[in-house]
Design a protein around this ligand. Sequence first.
Ligand code: SF4
Length: 397
Amino acid sequence: MDAVPSLTVLLDDPTLPGELRSIAAKVQDHQRITFDEGVYLYKHASPGYLGVLANHIREARHGHNTYFNRNFHIEPTNLCVYDCKFCSYSRLIKQRQEGWEYTMEEMLDIVRKYDDQPVTEVHIVGGVLPQYDVQFYSELFTRIHEHRPGLHVKALTPVEYHYIFKKAKIDYATGMKLMKEAGLDSIPGGGAEIFDPEIRDQIAKDKCTADQWLAIHEEWHKLGMRSNATMLYGHIEAYHHRVDHMERLRQLQDRTHGFQTFIPLKFRNQDNQMSHIPEVSVVEDLRNYAIARIYLDNFDHIKAYWAMISRSTAQLSLNFGVDDIDGTLDDTTKIYSMAGAEEQHPGMSTRELVELIKQVGRRPVERDTLYNVVTDFADFTFPDAEQPKFYKLPVLN
Ligand code: SF4
């Protein structure tokens, strides 16, 4: 599929409204679209139009390459001092019997279980509890590196960092430097939710503000390090809140160039305090990916979590600007399943992920966390005998 003729066909369409023609021309000329144009796309653009523009950008940047990595998660606890309304995962401390709290050794045991596996990344994120402080996480990162020096530690969000630095009475710059020295390699994108203060206050009261979230990433980027960014969409926010969120990210990225990937996260309504709010449709998910690809012209990658949106929607998303569908996971995260995601035991072998990508005519490329190519699976043939391996994790009750 050649994207350039597709965009040309769109521009030649005499029925296309002037605003959409102007935005398409900007995309063709590699020009940035404005805030108002972003809102206009959300309100008026069809999925077909958005798919053409987003795919044009995606293929210009990455061709058919579709990235994934081999990773596993450690979720230290599902207890949390905060009480975000959309969170299906956390249990307040008063509900301790429904939760787990891993010790340092239990977390290191999880790392050791992967000793014979070709994973490149451990993704560590969970609830916020007082015992997991600067000292605890510093020791954890250091010990993971001592045990397996090549394993990339992608850990914690500004929600945790703001909390632990405040408790330790250190500023963000000092704190992030300490984390880097302890062995932190990058920061995942979570905790961003929606930056607009009024919406944020209604759904995620008390945890770090938008400015604090952005400031922590900025300090991390100043150290020459990389991170990701998310956006929780499809709840009580309006379209202009989504564009405002992306605009703040685009401005920070102009200053630091430290973000690698933008990850839209769909609000799921199972078992949380916002269960009365209906979920948006798959069509809206695809439109949202596409608009993110168009708006965030200074982000290299747009990622869809296949475990959150289902395998088939992840396949569709590859025509709407997405070039990354995350990792193999091996059933080590409960964040998606507890929120009502289609995948209740998320895990795919490398072979399954590769086949999923090839089925829709894209090129599967295993990457490490920093997008260095580990294996290009375009012409790779799996031995017939290979079986996927899964591990059960200990869950403390
Ligand atoms: S979203 Fe994160 S910070 Fe908020 S309650 Fe859930 S685990 Fe805690």
